[in-house]
Write a protein that binds this ligand. Structure first.
Ligand code: NAD
Length: 320
């Protein structure tokens, strides 16, 4: 059972006021979901500047308080979003970031736990799956309350590409990317639906492409490479991830029971344990309330297992 959620004002603390943290704050403020947004960064001037810049938008936002905070703010926060760390640079894989960011996220998770918060911790810093594991262990919290943003962003990229390919509104495309938020992630084609139809039934009826098998692998590869392309073009990714974070935080603040592919610790689900990765989860006030353990076809199950093995190996390297 997850720790009960403390009611009251909707307070979100964002640790890391850099590109991702500040973009998330901007989107969150516009959403009207939060009563209070608190920014923390080791670069105090950056946090102050971002908070001021955002606060000057208050006449244009739904009512929200925006300010700089400190670790005592974790105590009554409903969501603590960790974006602190070093960003991925051109040519650098997410796993390369591991050592540096593990120390940062571990320390923040320890500080959050020390405040005895009843909220949900959402890890965004990469490599997000391993750092979710680090934060979970360091906090000592029950597993559902420490979530990684996982493949919520990748699933959005997947839906966008399918929508463009099929010529169907993205809101009528349901599709998930599972596994690592990174190179070993996989498209769950068995769960992919367009206009309510499984994609394998929809495709022959649609007739828009000649070689669906080739298109499938092209789309899956493009999802995987998306972050690399954006980083090559502009050095960072921020807008879609900011919106993905609003989606996750909304599910917790509004007790939504939304199905989202957040990164969560598996304990036997999908035949896997002791690894955090993304699978469809019901997300609500207590974080991950339930893992949806659907039956995957053999190829998808094998890809998920391979992704888990890679993450476990990286975690082992960190521990070693
Ligand atoms: P950034 O460099 O712009 O911001 C990071 C901020 O963290 C900086 O302002 C830095 O001062 C701060 N920071 C570092 N150590 C800290 C500490 N101990 N306490 C408080 N603040 C600290 O980087 P960014 O572009 O905002 O990216 C942040 C992280 O998010 C990176 O790890 C990046 O790879 C990751 N990211 C994840 C996703 C995802 O889907 N999970 C998507 C995009 C980026």
């Amino acid at each position: 059972m997850n720790k009960p959620h403390v009611s009251g004002k909707r307070k979100v603390v964002v640790v890391g006021a850099g590109t991702v943290g500040s973009t998330f704050c901007y989107a969150l403020a516009q959403s009207g979901l939060a009563d209070e947004i608190v920014l923390i960064d080791q670069n105090a001037d950056l946090a102050r500047g971002q908070a001021l810049d955002l606060a000057h938008g208050q006449p244009f936002f739904p009512t929200v308080s925006i300010r700089v905070g400190d670790p005592s703010d974790y105590a009554d926060a409903q969501a603590i979003v960790i974006t602190a760390g070093t960003a991925q640079r051109p040519g650098q894989s997410r796993l390369d970031l591991l050592q540096r960011n593990a120390a940062i996220v571990g320390q923040i998770a320890g500080d959050v736990a020390a405040q005895d918060s009843a909220g949900v911790m959402i890890v965004v810093t990469n490599p997000v799956d391993i750092l979710t594991h680090v934060a979970l262990r360091r906090s000592g919290w029950e597993r559902g309350r420490v979530i990684g943003s996982g493949t919520v962003l990748d699933s959005a990229r997947f839906r966008h590409l399918l929508s463009r390919h099929c010529g169907v509104d993205v809101h009528n495309v349901h599709a998930y990317i599972l596994g690592e938020h990174g190179d070993s992630e996989l498209a769950a084609w068995s769960m992919t639906h367009v206009a309510g139809m499984p994609i394998d039934e929809y495709c022959p009826m649609c007739g828009r492409c000649e070689d669906w098998a080739a298109e499938r692998s092209r789309i899956e590869q493009e999802v995987r490479d998306s972050a690399y392309h954006i980083i090559d073009y502009k050095g960072t990714t921020c807008f879609a991830v900011g919106l993905a974070l609003v989606r996750i935080v909304a599910a917790t603040l509004r007790h939504e029971n939304s199905v989202l592919t957040v990164s969560t610790l598996l304990d036997g689900e999908f035949g896997l344990r002791d690894v955090c990765l993304s699978v469809p989860c019901i997300v609500s006030a207590g974080g991950v309330e339930k893992i949806i353990e659907s039956r995957l076809p053999k190829d998808e199950f094998e890809s998920l297992s391979a992704s888990a093995a890679l993450l476990k190996e990286a975690l082992g390297r960190l521990d070693g």
